[in-house]
Write a protein that binds this ligand. Structure first.
Ligand code: PHE
Length: 459
């Protein structure tokens, strides 16, 4: 870290980076989104495609993004300009994607706060599944509470990012991630005791390929980028605060492994409840909020586990929102020479304003809730439109271009040196490079082409 740019900062320890990157990766994508899109896409086959995407596409690209960041010690835009000249457009795409992503992500993050207080107050006690579902509908339809929680969540994110890298982001992440892990294990055990565990495992791990469409394959690819925080510069940005001695492949493997573990665990918390209580949850964004309160109200200690769970999900979301905000903020600090505090406040405020649209589009304002530009059942409303655009397209294209850039544009000598820094006995350089050059670009490009040209016929 050059002394001349003290506004940037750096991780204070080796684990600082791994934990922060894992904190960025593990978030609502794992605990809220993965369970519901897996449910929408009928389980098994979708999960298998997702796991293949993580290993064959996501992990190589994660290492590539870490490499770009650590090598240049710059924000996503500056990093790509330094290494690739015109490729800086890819950095710009990332900054824009981060902006839009955070605007609706923060809305869901806000829901977890409301649910923390609701479960603390015992609001679900004695309610039937239908009543819990109705409560959720009523909540997301309330404009005041939607905007309030979204505001609070952006404010919390600003609060951490203003603190900077080691004393803000690193410290918060370090304490919270391990606690989340433990609580999820406890919940998983509780959930299995309902008797629905067997069915949940079958649903998740027995693939039925006749239920797979090109659209769901694209969604699996897009989600593998979403959940690993790839394709938009977050890992480039976090990598830029990394010290030169850490091993990139090892860090990549650990972060991808932890992220996948939490996503599967989240399904194993939620699905047994669905099967055991014979719930037919609406196939949408509310699953987390309409299933779990049911079990919290019934299980021993639920009055403690309920609020604890929602507050931890809020923290997991916070460690992701800070990485999203940091992408845009580090751009403003490096490129526009703003002070950290000023950059954080202005960018945060702008994202809050944009987020009012998705915040009001889950029932609060009819016109925002009903627009459907892409005409699919899952893209109704501004909220779903933003998510569809970002997750399925922006991140996918961003990830594809990152793979092409690092695979084809960066020199072998640079890559080889960066790849072997630190102890690395895990992944072979040639295999990683082959994945980036051929496997990831060809697979992602084919899927995009298939969706564009064949999508309709196969739906
Ligand atoms: N990976 C985060 C999650 O799964 C979301 C995210 C995406 C964060 C992109 C940063 C960048 O919740």
């Amino acid at each position: 870290m050059s002394a001349s740019n003290t506004e940037r900062g750096a991780w204070s320890s080796k684990f600082g980076f791994i934990l922060a990157a894992a904190g960025s990766a593990i978030g609502l994508g794992n605990i809220w989104k993965f369970p519901y899109i897996t449910y929408q896409n009928n389980g098994g086959a979708f999960v298998l495609v997702y796991l293949i995407c993580i290993a064959a596409i996501g992990m190589p690209i994660m290492i590539a993004e870490m490499m770009i960041g650590r090598r240049t010690q710059k924000n996503a835009f500056g990093a790509l300009r330094e290494l690739g000249g015109k490729w800086k457009f890819l950095g710009a795409l990332g900054v824009i994607t981060g902006f839009i992503l955070l605007s609706y992500y923060s809305v869901v993050a806000g829901w977890t706060l409301e649910y923390f207080f609701k479960s603390l107050a015992g609001a679900f006690n004695g309610l039937s599944q239908q009543e819990v579902g109705a409560l959720f509908g009523e909540f997301v339809g309330d404009p005041f509470r939607q905007i309030l929680w979204h505001f609070i969540f952006i404010a919390l994110t600003i609060g951490v990012v203003v603190g900077g890298i080691s004393s803000g982001i690193e410290r918060v992440t370090k304490t919270l991630m391990p606690v989340l892990f433990v609580i999820m294990i406890i919940l998983m055990v509780q959930s299995f005791m309902t008797g629905g565990g067997g069915q949940a495992l079958t649903f998740l791990f027995r693939p039925n390929f006749s239920e797979l469409t090109f659209d769901s394959v694209l969604e699996a690819v897009g989600h593998s980028f979403f959940t690993l925080s790839l394709g938009m510069g977050a890992i480039i940005t976090y990598g830029s605060y990394m010290k030169p001695k850490d091993s990139l492949p090892r860090s990549g493997l650990i972060v991808c492994g932890l992220d996948t573990l939490v996503a599967i665990m989240a399904c194993l918390v939620i699905y047994p409840i669905i099967f055991a209580f014979d719930l037919t949850p609406t196939k949408g964004a509310g699953i987390l909020f309409t299933t779990l309160p049911v079990i919290f109200a019934k299980m021993p200690g639920g009055a403690v586990f309920g609020p604890l769970f929602f507050i931890l999900v809020a923290f997991a979301a916070l460690t992701s929102t800070i990485s999203l905000l940091e992408v845009v903020v580090s751009y403003c600090i490096d490129e526009l020479k703003w002070k950290r505090k000023q950059a954080t406040m202005i960018v945060g405020a702008a994202i809050f304003v944009l987020g009012i649209l998705p915040a009001l589009s889950n029932g609060a304002v009819d016109s925002l809730s009903n627009v459907n530009i892409f005409g699919k059942a899952s893209t109704a409303g501004i909220f779903n439109t933003f998510d569809y655009l970002v997750s399925n397209w922006f991140l996918t294209v961003g990830g594809l271009l990152t793979a092409i850039f690092v695979g084809w544009r960066l020199s072998d000598s640079l890559k080889d040196k960066e790849f072997h820094e630190g102890k690395n006995t895990i992944i072979h350089y040639k295999i990683w490079d082959f994945m980036l050059k051929f496997v990831a670009p060809v697979a992602v490009a084919l899927i995009i082409i298939a969706v564009i040209f064949l999508g309709k016929e196969f739906n």
